[in-house]
Every structure is written in C-alpha cells, then in structure tokens.
Design a protein around this ligand. Sequence first.
Ligand code: URA
Length: 196
Amino acid sequence: PAPAASSSGKEESLKLLREEIGDCRRCKLCEGRTNIVFGEGSADARLMFIGEGPGKDEDIHARPFVGEAGQILNNLINKRGWKREEVYIANIVKCRPPANRAPEDDEIAACMPFVQRQIEIIGPKVIMTLGNVATQSLLRVKIPISKARGNFYSYKDIPVMPTFHPAYFLRNPKEKYLTWEDSAKVLEKLKSEGED
Ligand code: URA
C-alpha cells in the first residue's frame, strides 16, 4: 500500500489548492468580499470543523472563526483538550455573503469542490459540521440540524458529526450542552480510531 502522504506533502497540496483558487471569481460572492477565507489549522488534523462561510471579522482577517462565533468554537476546542492549531477549520463557502445572509445554492456549488479537496488532502478521522448549511451541503441531506445533530453520518467513509453552528449559542446559550454532548461522541470516536 502507498504510504500516507507526509504532513509536508499535505501542506504543499493545501498550498497548491489555495493557489488554484487564486483571486476567485467563480461566483457572485467575489463582488462583496474583502478576503478569501481558505481555512487554517494542521494539514495532519485528525479532526476537522466545517462552518458555513466567513462573517465580517473573518472577511477582514482572512481567517475562519475569529469573531464572536469563533470564540465559542475556541472554547469548545479548548475545553475538550484539543488545540486550535492541531485541528483544521474550514467553511463551505470561502467568501463572505453580503450582510451575512446564507450562501445560495449556486455559490455553494461553485465552492464545494474546494472543501472537498481540503478533506481529501487532510484525511481527517472525524468531521464536525457546524449548522444546517455545512451539514446539508456536505452530506447532501435535507435534515434540519436539530434532528441531525448527535448522530454520526458518513462522508466518503469519514464519520461526520453534525452539531449546531456556534452562532446559534449567541442567542441560545443554555443549549451549549447539546454541542458539548456531540463533541463527547467525537472524542470517543477519535479515541477508537487510535493515535494514527
Ligand atoms: N461563521 C461561519 O460559518 N464561519 C466562520 O468562519 C465564521 C462564522
């Protein structure tokens, strides 16, 4: 069997993918964006988080989940004993939708190949999809997040745990325990997958 791609090989592949995206004009979201938010983290990540799309802060800083919702995601990562640098964080669409509206089907379709390639390169053991857009577009299901969350699905044989988008907890902080429960299942799954 072919040896697993080395982390430097993965980093190089991610870099080439970023170059391929270039100064993207494949969909209309290019018109309002400041920066493309490619994603960040370890090319060797065993856990990948996938959000919906950049908000205002992400658009300014060209980094995913650095605003208010990002603080909530950071808390989850830290409380679970993970580190932000050792996971990978990406979004379904890489440019901010105007006024933070949900990305539209044509925009998702134009950008999907890139998150799919990020997953393929990194080869995570588990993916957490954050919210309806990430869950429904990656898994190609129409199940609302309130029903999908807490159960493992599968994307190309990779276990996927849907959970609420962290921004949901800005309005519903008392429900954070639900994502805490979902992440416990992810932790167990990562343990059962061993160190490699
Ligand atoms: N919301 C998202 O879905 N992604 C981000 O990067 C920030 C906020």
